[in-house]
Design a protein around this ligand. Structure first.
Ligand code: MG
Length: 310
């Protein structure tokens, strides 16, 4: 497996941890419990795999078609719900809404989510959960687009940050948060776009200078992450593709199933967990997520300071 790939640990082998999903998505590592939680979207349930017992369990049935999730700064889990057409927060099993509408219009079906260092929630809102009956409840687009939104950490205000992606899906920041990468999984696009994060007219962060960063093939990009070196990792087809910040492809990980998403995790944050159709897989790497909490890193290194907004 890619012996010349320095980002994947020497001799690392892909391990199959679980294979009971229908359509696996939305993985997040939970340090407090040493568990990997993910969505079985079409199975309409949330699953967990335990590092300690190596066993899979059902965390919640009838989960209203959750998709992407991320650990919030307070240790709670932020997750996207197709069925409830909202972003919600799970705190020790208690689920509460975060946001479900913009200017009086319901969201489409939030897909994936991240948190910037100021605590703002950024999420994508394509329409898969209202157009694909196996992944939610049929419905109409109410605001007439598929945006990337930012939720202000102080006021809770919701503002569109990206409006030109056709079906925005995975999203991740560069280490200094000066660039937002967004996977556009629309069948006619299938690209990762990059945006400069700048101060908008109200002084709050927004995105401009949209450009194509990479065109992963075969398949399409879905979940994406940025590692501590600024490399962009993307799910694509049967596996992952890795791009330097220049856009040059520098590595890949092959997976035997169609791969939707992945995340860094494990006790030292260097294990990549991959959700791929029926399976949850893992492989050891030599790097970490650029935005993992410090207590998940082996070196407990300092975060790179966010770049000032331009
Ligand atoms: Mg997705």
């Amino acid at each position: 497996m890619f012996d010349d790939e320095p980002l994947v640990a020497p001799g690392a082998q892909l391990r199959l941890l679980s294979q009971i999903s229908t359509w696996a998505e939305g993985p997040v590592w939970i340090p407090a419990t040493q568990r990997l939680r993910w969505s079985d979207i079409k199975g309409n349930r949330i699953l967990e795999w335990s590092w300690d017992t190596q066993e899979t369990s059902v965390y919640r049935d009838g989960a209203e078609f959750t998709n992407g999730r991320i650990l919030a700064h307070d240790g709670s889990v932020l997750q996207c719900s197709h069925g409830r057409r909202r972003v919600e927060r799970d705190t020790h099993g208690v689920v509460e809404p975060v946001v479900d509408s913009w200017q009086g219009h319901r969201l489409n079906s939030p897909n994936d989510i991240t948190v910037s260092r100021d605590g703002a929630i950024w999420f994508t809102d394509p329409d898969y959960g209202i157009t694909q009956p196996e992944e939610g409840h049929p419905g109409e687009q109410e605001y007439g687009g598929c945006n990337v939104f930012r939720v202000d950490p102080v006021t809770g205000a919701l503002d569109p940050a990206v409006t030109d992606a056709v079906r925005p899906n995975g999203l991740a920041f560069s280490p200094d948060e000066s660039i937002l990468y967004v996977a556009d999984s629309d069948e006619h696009e299938c690209v990762i776009r990059a945006y400069d994060v700048v101060a908008g007219v109200d002084g709050q962060p927004t995105c401009q200078n949209s450009r194509v960063f990479a065109t992963p093939r075969p398949g399409w990009p879905d979940g994406i992450r940025v590692d501590e070196h600024g490399n962009v990792w993307s799910s694509c087809g049967e596996g992952l593709r890795i791009y330097a910040s220049s856009g040059e492809e520098i590595g890949s990980v092959r997976v035997p199933e169609i791969t939707a998403n992945f995340c860094f995790g494990g006790p030292d944050g260097s294990t990549v967990f991959i959700t791929a159709t029926s399976g949850l897989y893992a492989i050891e790497t030599t790097t970490h997520d650029a935005h993992l909490p410090r207590n998940q890193r082996a070196d407990h290194g300092d975060d790179e300071a966010p770049a000032p907004l331009r």
